[in-house]
Design a protein around this ligand. Structure first.
Ligand code: ADP
Length: 164
């Protein structure tokens, strides 16, 4: 099966990567679809987010990385995806995710959304938390893949202390 994993990924965290790895074990193929949202100014431009995901998923097979705009269900149909994959960290995610899942199902009744619960030690991770820590010079190597940690250092122009 092929799962579509849509999101902003601004930037990719180890929580996202964990979901991609588990999604590929479950489904065989995962299309990571990076949302091109003209209404939002991302910290990382689209091309850079795509490159980060490509580098971080290099060790996996069956992964496609694409960008999309417009409806997620349209992107799922266009890519021949069987399910939409999303992650749940806490109750706070649940209400939002359920609303999106219901909306998508009302548009495409045959397209199911599958939720994977976060791995416990990644449950605190979000792209915004990572950016906040990096902005103030904190260590992010345990939160993001190496390529993203490097990009964050460049973005915030910080020389981080390496972990021992
Ligand atoms: P969006 O803007 O669409 O919410 P995100 O990039 O923030 O995009 O998240 C994409 C998906 O990944 C969402 O379903 C989100 O709940 C999930 N996700 C984000 N961080 C984690 C994490 N640490 N563990 C599991 N799932 C996560």
């Amino acid at each position: 099966m092929r799962a579509l994993y849509p999101g902003s990924f601004d930037p990719l965290t180890l929580g996202h990567l964990d979901l991609i790895e588990r999604g590929s074990q479950l489904f065989g193929e995962v299309v990571v679809a990076v949302l091109q949202n003209p209404g939002k100014t991302p910290a990382f431009p689209l091309e850079q987010r795509l490159a980060q995901i490509q580098t971080a998923t290099h060790h996996l097979s069956g992964i496609q990385v694409i960008s999309f705009d417009g409806l997620t269900v349209r992107c799922a149909l266009d890519t021949g995806s069987d399910v939409i994959l999303r992650g749940l960290r806490a109750m706070s995610d649940f209400e939002y995710e359920l609303q999106i899942a219901h909306t998508n199902r009302s548009l495409e009744p045959d397209l199911e959304t599958v939720f994977l619960a976060t791995t416990a030690h990644h449950s605190f991770l979000s792209s915004s938390v990572v950016k906040e820590v990096a902005r103030f010079g904190g260590q992010v190597d345990h939160m993001v893949p190496p390529v993203v940690a490097d990009d964050l250092r460049r973005l915030f122009n910080q020389s981080f202390r390496q972990r021992p």
